[in-house]
Design a protein around this ligand. Structure first.
Ligand code: GLY
Length: 570
């Protein structure tokens, strides 16, 4: 029986507004943004424990985030990664930052690389095997964040993951279930089973090759991944199996993460800091929050999660996904009209024709001017620094390809490009030319790592996996917590609904909270189809109330949170 520490009992309570965690003896961190404690919210127990240990050892939010990122690559191999990429939104000493370490298309990529002789997308080619993988960004990204803001040594923040890979952990039942599902899809065409087939409940699972790769990264930084033996192993993997891949030593050598201006705005007295392109997430979230505010008249008296409410959210979402399909892509390759898409007048005009009862015809929602499996973690330290990080292999276990000798999985992020304009990707979202494949381009994303602040102090740090569902998941949890003033636990636990323009007038429900018969009937009367999707999102959120961080792990998966035992992490 594991020992229950004070930290564990604190997060287990899932305290809300009324029971905000106060640590009067602990004192404050330092400076004008100080909090009463640090906290982490992650996708699993091992990474949460490692994150909070780093904070308690004097590391800051970035040190903890980097340690969690590497730990999840070991304990949460279905989405945690070093062979994928992601986005990190940060608030450091009150200032917003954004780090894009999204994968890039290899140099030899072409716009029609997934099409057959008939011009159709070859089944499975964008998601299974070597060709589905983009050049990974995670190691370079975590290194860049650490180099700019970290306090502890690089080796100190990578070492806990090395131990986890070398000494092993016991896979929980949920992890084994996900592995079996992924194996059913990917196993026949990849070497996935050779690496993860031995996982069994109650049995220690070790990853010695991955431990060696992490040791090289700890010793040499990004050069331990993008150059030398690991790089050669990755490139050698490209020519194994039936589908040859494109990643070359040149691609690896050339990969660079990008610091971009964070998307910032304000909403209901909070500063909002979120992800700019090549994510669609931040723009979509701000459009949704703005449209909801613009049509407050329609929401008056409407009960939360009623048929009226779900319909109104779908109306807003329809408009946002129409814009996403046309305007959004990698800003280094296409001009994304960010200012115009976020202009108050534009948002008001988009919201103007929202229908109060019945869905607007899908064909009329033209743009006014894109696997739900990713993972998110949030960290605050007691100096008031915050990190909101979403990173991904794209689908569970990515492309299914493990780099032999190096022990890590490769992403299938190329599926986030539009392989053929108008053809839906694995999330069912369509894209156009702005998101067409080009060498070195980053595929459009929905990842929405977000931080809300009050006078520069973090008020909420959140994000979720879910592909296109990420946007509507973050939107709904923000509304629940801050608009509807629910406790963080209630806000996270509440059922979530999703609409994304296509399929037409379809509302997706989660296995966690299927629609009741009454709700289904009422939405069907309005012309919606209710589709029970086989996927739950998973919010990893920290809320700060009266200077005290609160965590409330999402009941949908194996998320975990910890609050430090004092004002550590500064
Ligand atoms: N691969 C999921 C996303 O980037 O949105």
């Amino acid at each position: 029986m594991p020992q229950i520490s004070r930290r564990q009992t604190l997060w287990g309570l899932g305290l809300g507004t009324a029971g905000a965690l106060i640590l009067p003896e602990a004192g404050h961190g330092k400076g004008r943004y100080a909090l009463r404690a640090g906290a982490v919210a992650t996708a699993d127990e091992p990474s949460a424990e490692i994150g909070v240990q780093i904070l308690e050892a004097g590391g800051n939010a970035v040190d903890a985030a980097v340690a969690i990122g590497f730990a999840l690559a070991v304990s949460y191999p279905e989405a945690g990664n070093i062979g994928g990429g992601g986005f990190m939104t940060l608030v450091m000493k009150g200032k917003p930052y954004f780090l894009d370490y999204r994968e890039t298309a290899p140099a030899k990529s072409t716009a029609d690389m997934y099409l057959n002789a008939q011009g159709d997308v070859r089944a499975g080619s964008t998601v299974i095997g070597n060709l589905a993988a983009g050049t990974p960004g995670t190691v370079a990204g975590l290194f860049a964040a650490h180099r700019r803001f970290g306090k502890l040594s690089w080796a100190r923040v990578v070492t806990p993951a090395i131990r986890l890979a070398r000494d092993g952990f016991t896979p929980p039942a949920q992890m084994i279930k996900i592995y079996r599902e992924a194996y059913g899809e990917l196993g026949r065409d990849t070497n996935l089973g050779n690496y993860f087939g031995a996982m069994a409940e109650g049995k220690t699972f070790t990853q010695p090759e991955l431990a060696k790769t992490l040791e090289a990264i700890a010793r040499r930084g990004p050069a331990g991944f993008y150059q030398g033996q690991v790089a050669r192993q990755l490139v050698a993997q490209m020519s194994r199996g039936s589908e040859k891949g494109l990643i070359s030593l040149f691609d690896l050598e050339r990969y660079r993460p990008v610091w971009r201006p964070a998307l910032t705005s304000s909403w209901q007295g909070y500063g909002v800091v979120s992800a700019p392109p090549p994510s669609s997430g931040g723009i979509a979230l701000l459009q949704l929050l703005g449209m909801k505010e613009a049509r407050a008249d329609l929401f008056k008296g409407v009960s939360h999660n009623s048929a009226d409410y779900i319909h109104l959210l779908a109306e807003l979402e329809k408009r946002v996904f129409a814009d996403r399909a046309v305007y959004l892509g990698d800003p280094d390759f296409v001009e994304v009209p960010v200012a115009r898409l976020l202009a108050a007048d534009y948002i008001k005009a988009r919201a103007k024709d929202v229908q109060a009862e019945f869905p607007s015809p899908t064909a009329q929602i033209q743009p006014g001017l894109e696997k739900p499996q990713t993972t998110h973690f949030s960290v605050v330290d007691s100096d008031g620094n915050a990190v909101s990080n979403t990173y991904t292999l794209n689908g569970w276990y990515g492309s299914g390809v493990v780099v032999e000798g190096a022990g890590f999985l490769l992403n299938n992020e190329m599926d986030d490009f539009s392989a053929k304009p108008g053809v839906a990707n694995q999330y069912g979202v369509v894209g156009g030319d702005a998101n067409a494949i080009q060498p070195f381009k980053r595929p459009l994303s929905s990842m929405t790592p977000t931080i809300l602040t009050q006078n520069g102090v973090p008020a909420m740090v959140l994000g979720s996996p879910g592909g296109s569902r990420i946007i509507t998941t973050v939107f709904q949890v923000l509304l629940n917590a801050l608009d509807y003033k629910m406790s963080l636990k209630m806000a996270v636990d509440a059922p979530r609904y999703h609409h994304q323009l296509l399929p037409e007038n379809t509302i997706f429900t989660e296995p966690y909270a299927p629609a009741s018969d009454d709700l289904r009937r009422e939405l069907e009367r309005r012309g919606y189809s209710i589709e029970a999707q086989n996927y739950n999102g998973e919010i990893a959120a920290i809320q700060v109330l009266d200077g005290a961080p609160i965590v409330a792990p999402d009941p949908r998966a194996r998320g975990a949170g910890r609050v430090t035992q004092g004002a550590f992490g500064h």
